[in-house]
Every structure is written in C-alpha cells, then in structure tokens.
Design a protein around this ligand. Structure first.
Ligand SMILES: [Zn+2]
Length: 105
C-alpha cells in the first residue's frame, strides 16, 4: 500500500480512527477468508451475519466497502494488510526453522 499524504486535521483524525478501528477489527468478531486462487484477495465478514461482507485486495489497496469508496482507505484494508504482513512473517519463520535433529531421539 502506498503512503498517504495528509494535509488537513479532519483527514488526519479520520485516518487515526480508521487505524484504531483496524486494530480492533478481529477482536470485534470480524473474520476473513482468502480467495482460493488469488493470494492477495480476501472476503472480510462483519460479526453480524445479516450484514454483507467486503472484498479486500491487499495488493491493489482496495476494499469494496462504502467507507473505502469515500476515503480511499478503510479499517478492513488496513487490518487485512497488517494480517498479510503477519502471515508473511510467520511463513518466513517457518521456512527458516529447522528442527533440532538430536531433540527427536
Ligand atoms: Zn472496507
């Protein structure tokens, strides 16, 4: 995701709110499911099953929610981008890890 340049206090406040909401998103019961054949595409579902989910593209920096359409950023995109970074860190650690052979005996 490209850096966003903020020129006014209202936009700065809005972005701070988005960051705070993103940090709480999974704890509030939001869930996500990756697309089968597209590593950067995710369905993000609100905790309320009556509400529709959104499609987030972490590579393009896109979310299908109304908030993103208005502001070009939203909590779903920020939370999902952070989650992908976390998953990548875990994968790198898994790739780097070699079990100590002696410990198996
Ligand atoms: Zn969104």
């Amino acid at each position: 995701m490209e850096a966003i340049i903020i020129n006014d206090i209202e936009t700065a406040r809005h972005h701070a709110n988005i960051a705070a909401k993103a940090a709480r998103l999974w704890a509030e019961g939001y869930t996500y499911k990756p697309f089968d054949n597209a590593p950067n595409l995710f369905f993000v579902f609100p905790p309320d099953p009556e509400k529709t989910g959104y499609i987030v593209d972490t590579a393009a920096g896109y979310c299908s929610c109304p908030g993103f359409k208005g502001a070009g950023v939203c909590s779903h995109l920020v939370a999902m981008t952070d989650e992908v970074e976390f998953i990548n860190r875990v994968n790198e650690m898994e790739d780097a890890y070699t079990a100590p052979v002696d410990a198996c005996h």
